[in-house]
Ligand binder design. Structure first.
Ligand code: NAD
Length: 733
């Protein structure tokens, strides 16, 4: 089956159509590249062809490189993965350069054949790098389309000439948001930003592109960087205008990435060094840096978790296979508080009809008003319209009457975290629901099997645990109770897919997976404050590991009263075995002093009137004096990292996690676990189990049994095995 086909037009213009059989979106494979090259060779060799339009047979152009192939690229060449990746990349450059120079005379630049791209829709990654090498980019006026280079988001950077071409097209400063942040734009904005050349009505796309090819002159085909006297927009590094840009960019990138993302640094080097060189040499430099990033273990781990496995989970990798489509038609949400209001919003956004119930009609209406103000903000920023808002609000019925739940095929309960209240609403809802409906609880701490006791049909009872704020956090933890049946799991997964979030499925236990791992992280940071470790050392140590927020700041964000509540409940459940008195010795006095966190504008940090975080609260030192001797940065980092990673290993050991892929994806999306590492299990594989055990032994001797290496980790250290090699061998790096 061919990815690219060439058809000749009567007007002398060839149409090269990219259309991967059996896929909804084109992605580039090595096979595809070979076919594209054959089409280009035919265009250039055949005198009866004047030029070509490259387009797609789908409503989008292309989603990018097939990263599954890329991930395997370095293994494909025995002995020297770097050589393999470099040569593969240079072959790609040669093809794109062939398109760009289009057979023109190297000296006079005459005689080339115009080759343009016509994008019916989304064009990402190589799907935009290929157009960048063509002579003109036409895009259909399709507001849903996205154009750009998102490679940096999965730990890569544009390595098919996109880095070099976009920098030379726009200048380093203007190209920065697209290269460094992976920002993508709809066609109209892409046109204004200079990413593409023309936006045309969809039904005129091919005609306009063909007409341009027919009329193009020799001069039209010469790229600015191939013309005499080319100067980089905004200035090259050693010019008065360019100097501050390049200097500032290095500082900005390091500030944002803390040096833990090799791709950002490599990208910047490719841009900087490339800007000092002729174009073809710059491509070679880009290829060298790209190779370095591809063979770096962190890139492999990031691609594996954030692209391959995240995508697989979203597509239903862990869904029970033999259950028919369970998409939700009508959703009931019980409790219109912070979580219920958010769940109603994201569901209505996905086109689902929602019945939002609270104890009173007013409370339910307040929950619905959250969607209203969310849409108002969108309208103010030009991202939504009054019509869209009306449509969305019309899908949400706010009420106190449970009879309205009739016809709901799924209910998500988000009332107070109190088993009695939850039991009461479960019974009330089930009385109004049809026999097939699935009932889900959004509890964050209460075991599902216990809550299911209130249900007359425990096989249809499940946990669907959202994170706050619901509309921003992409992970949803699905929790199986002891009696939860497969249809409930399928229903939960199909619902999560509808609202376009990423699911992981875990077994029932206290705090499930994400909260179970995040609490020890927060606690370890808090403990250190009690020991006299400088609070700024604690939070900076976390940020320098690539965590978005340190444990003290995060505690302020989630609030200390929640900490107090969880501590009391855990202590009540565990009795004398409760291990966190030293944490409570810090949290309780702060809470009692009115420092409940950001919402109280007072916590570990000081805040201004608008709740903007200032510095560490100056009074903290009086409550918890700094120790004379401060630990090394690495010692603080080991404690913060191991606190979470060991809990993830224990969750696997206990059978709460059944799949390390979910453990890695869930950690990154659920609590921002150092994304560069690919997740806790990928991180362990990177340092090796033996080294991890060595760190644990040291930490256990210094800080106690919470750092004792789990038996599973010791076992793996003894066998020399990695987690992926043992638990997901198909994906071991
Ligand atoms: P909230 O206090 O903001 O909202 C709870 C809502 O439930 C209130 O509007 C209340 O009026 C309503 N309610 C109480 N009793 C009711 C009844 N008998 N019938 C109908 N409505 C009733 O709480 P929240 O933060 O939205 O949390 C709700 C649930 O979600 C809890 O189980 C919580 O553990 C869980 N959760 C919270 C978070 C979070 O970060 N806040 C995250 C994940 C899960």
């Amino acid at each position: 089956m061919s990815d690219f086909t060439l058809t000749r037009g009567d007007d002398g213009v060839a149409l090269i159509t990219w259309d991967l059989a059996g896929k909804s979106m084109n992605v580039m494979s090595f096979e595809g590249l070979r076919e594209l090259e054959a089409c280009i060779d035919e265009v250039l060799a055949d005198d009866t062809i004047k030029g070509a339009v490259i387009t797609s047979g789908k409503d989008s152009f292309a989603g990018g490189m097939d990263l599954n192939v890329l991930a395997k690229l370095r293994d494909a060449f025995d002995g020297s993965p770097a050589k393999g990746v470099f040569e593969g990349t240079m072959n790609l450059h040669a093809l794109l350069r062939k398109i760009e120079l289009a057979g023109m005379d190297p000296k006079t630049k005459a005689g080339g054949k115009p080759i343009v791209t016509a994008l019916p829709g989304t064009a990402l990654g190589i799907g935009y790098e290929l157009p960048l090498a063509t002579h003109r980019i036409f895009a259909a006026d399709n507001p849903k389309a996205r154009i750009g280079l998102p490679e940096i988001m999965v730990g890569l950077f544009p390595g098919a000439g996109g880095t070099t071409r976009l920098t030379r097209k726009l200048g380093a400063m203007a190209a920065a948001p697209y290269l460094l942040e992976g920002k993508t734009l709809a066609p109209d904005k892409a046109l204004r930003a200079g990413l593409i050349d023309e936006v045309v009505a969809p039904d005129e796309l091919l005609a306009k592109a063909r007409a341009w090819v027919r009329a193009a002159s020799d001069a039209d085909l010469v790229k600015p960087w191939d013309a005499k006297g080319y100067k980089m927009p905004g200035g090259a590094p050693y010019t008065p205008a360019g100097f501050p840009t390049f200097l500032g960019a290095a500082a900005m990138v390091h500030g944002k990435t803390k040096g833990v993302y090799p791709a950002a640094r490599a990208l910047l080097s490719a841009v900087y060094e490339g800007a000092l060189l002729p174009f073809d040499e710059a491509l070679k430099v880009e290829a060298r840096w790209f190779t370095k990033v591809v063979i770096e273990p962190t890139s492999g781990a990031m691609i594996r978790s954030l692209f391959i496995n995240k995508g697989a989970l979203e597509k239903g990798a862990v869904r029970p296979q033999d259950i028919p489509d369970q998409r939700v038609q009508k959703l009931g949400v019980l409790g219109a508080g912070m979580m219920g209001a958010g769940i109603a919003l994201v569901s209505a956004q996905a086109g689902i009809e929602v019945v939002l119930i609270d104890a009173t009609e007013e409370a339910a209406q307040r929950g619905k008003a959250y969607s209203e103000s969310f849409m108002d903000k969108g309208i103010a920023r030009g991202k939504a319209t009054e019509a869209k808002k009306a449509e969305l609000l019309a899908r949400i019925t706010a009420t106190a009457d449970y009879a309205n739940l009739a016809g709901c095929d799924l209910v998500v309960e988000a009332v107070f975290e109190d088993p009695k209240v939850k039991a009461e609403v479960t019974a009330k809802a089930e009385a109004a629901l049809g026999a097939d409906a699935i009932f889900a609880t959004n509890t964050s701490t209460l075991p599902i099997s216990g809550l299911a006791k209130a249900s007359a049909r425990p096989a249809q009872f499940i946990g669907i645990h959202f994170f706050s704020p619901v509309e921003k956090m992409n992970l949803v933890e699905i929790i199986k109770g002891a009696q939860t049946g497969d249809r409930a799991i399928a229903k939960a997964l199909d619902f999560v897919r509808q609202i376009r979030k990423t699911p992981i499925v875990v077994n029932d236990s206290r705090f499930f997976y994400a909260n179970r791992c995040i609490l020890p992280y927060l606690n370890e940071g808090i403990r250190m404050v009690g020991e006299g470790v400088a609070p700024w050392l604690v939070d900076n140590a976390a940020e320098l590991l690539g965590f978005p927020v340190g444990p003290l700041q995060l505690t302020d964000e989630v609030s200390l009263d929640l900490g107090v509540k969880i501590a009391k409940a855990t202590k009540a459940a565990m009795g004398d075995a409760y291990p966190d008195d030293d944490v409570d010795a810090v949290v309780f006095p702060l809470y009692e002093a009115g420092r409940a966190g950001r919402k109280a504008k007072a916590g570990f940090y000081a805040y201004d009137d608008k709740a903007k975080r200032l510095g560490v609260w100056p009074g903290l030192g009086a409550m918890f004096p700094l120790a004379d001797a401060q630990p090394e940065l690495a010692a603080v980092q080991n404690r913060l990292m191991m606190a979470q990673v060991l809990e993830a290993v224990r969750a696997l050991e206990d059978g709460v996690l059944t799949d390390i892929r979910e453990g890695d994806v869930g950690a990154i999306l659920g609590w921002g676990f150092a994304p560069w590492s690919g997740g806790p299990f990928s991180w362990l594989d990177r340092i090796g189990a033996a080294k991890a055990v060595e760190i644990c032994d040291r930490l256990e001797a210094a800080h106690g049994p919470r750092f004792r290496a789990p038996a599973l980790l010791r076992d793996m250290a003894a066998s020399g095995e990695g987690f992926y090699a043992r638990f997901a061998p198909a994906e071991a790096a």
